[in-house]
Structure formats: C-alpha cells, structure tokens
Design a protein. Structure first.
Length: 197
C-alpha cells in the first residue's frame, strides 16, 4: 500500500480548481492585454497563437473550460480557426453549400463571395482579430453565424454521401457546430452584460 505522503509526490494532472484558475487568468490576460495594446503586431501574434504555441498547448489551457466562459469561448474560436487553417478547401465547400440554406444570413459571418479557401481563412483571422480590436460580442456572433452556415453545409454534404458511416459523422459534426454556434452566441450576450469571465 502506498503511503499517502508518497502518493502526493507522484506527478499528475493539475488540480481542477487550479486548472480553472489558470484558464481564466490566461484568457483574461490575453483578451484584456490584447485589447489594451492597440498594436497590430501584438494582435497578429495573438491571432496566430496556435501556430506559435501549438494546438496541444492551447487545448491544455482552455479545452476543459465551461462553454459559457471566456476561456471556453477562446478555445472554440482558436479551434475553429485551426480547422479552417488545416482544411480550408473542405471548410470553403461546406460554407458554399450552407450559405444559401442556413437560417442565419451569410453576411453576418462575413465571407466574401464566392467562398473559397482564402476567403474562409480571412474570416477566421478577422473573427479572432475582432476579439482584440473590435466588439468582442460581434466577433463571437460572427463566429456563431459561420458555424451555423458550416453546419448546414455539412448536413447537405451528408445527404449526398454514399457511405452511411461518413454521413453519420458529417451529421454529428453538424450537430457539434450548431452547439458551438449556440455557445458562442450565449457568450456574446454574457460579454454585453459584463458577465463573461
């Protein structure tokens, strides 16, 4: 039987309370520091945070955060940008499919027509830039609209896929995008109310 004092010395994961504190502290420091800097180079570095630090590092900070918190919102924005960066053609195709049928107007998301890989990448960067230079609530709403259009495109894509398992995966992915859109839109309301922490 392991002595309790020895057990405490075994390295392990951070205490959940400490992890939450680190997530909130880093998210607040980035957002408020970036907004106060008013320096385009600082904003560019913050937008490209995942490229510099790695997705695993950013995930380690914020991925376990509740969805209606500032670190939870940032995680969703950075994960969305990383998906666009890694697979811009698929994202552009899904956006193209979804923009005519989505319940949200594509203009809210702000993707130029016709939507191609460069256009969707530009929107992902613009949304994150808006976190640091514009109205954070608007940036969150734009990201939510973008997710809704992509979800509609994924469902339409699932309708024409011959493989049942691939169609199920696309449908599950679409449901996840709708959930992310709802979470980001809720965060926008919390930011406006001054309660997004």
């Amino acid at each position: 039987m392991l002595d309790p004092r020895d057990a405490e010395e075994i390295p392990g994961d951070l205490d959940p309370a400490l992890r939450g504190e680190v997530a909130h502290t880093t998210a607040n420091a980035l957002v408020h520091g970036g907004r106060a800097a008013e320096d385009p180079e600082v904003v560019d570095r913050l937008v490209r945070l995942v490229e510099a630090e790695g997705l695993d590092t950013v995930a380690g900070l914020w991925a376990d955060s509740a969805p209606h918190t500032l670190p939870g919102a940032l995680w969703r924005l950075y994960a969305l940008r990383e998906w666009v960066r890694r697979d811009p053609r698929t994202v552009a195709e899904r956006y193209r499919l979804g923009e005519q049928r989505a319940e949200v107007h594509g203009a809210v998301a702000g993707v130029a027509a016709p939507p191609g890989p460069e256009e969707v990448a530009h929107v992902a960067d613009a949304v994150l830039s808006g976190v640091y230079t514009g109205d954070l609530a608007v940036a969150l709403e734009r990201a939510g609209a973008f997710c809704r259009v992509l979800a509609t495109g994924a469902v339409l894509d699932a309708d024409v896929v011959a493989d049942d398992e691939e169609a199920r995966q696309l449908t599950r992915g679409a449901a996840g995008l709708v959930r992310t859109a709802e979470e980001l839109e809720e965060c926008a309301g919390l930011w406006r109310a001054g309660t997004l922490d």
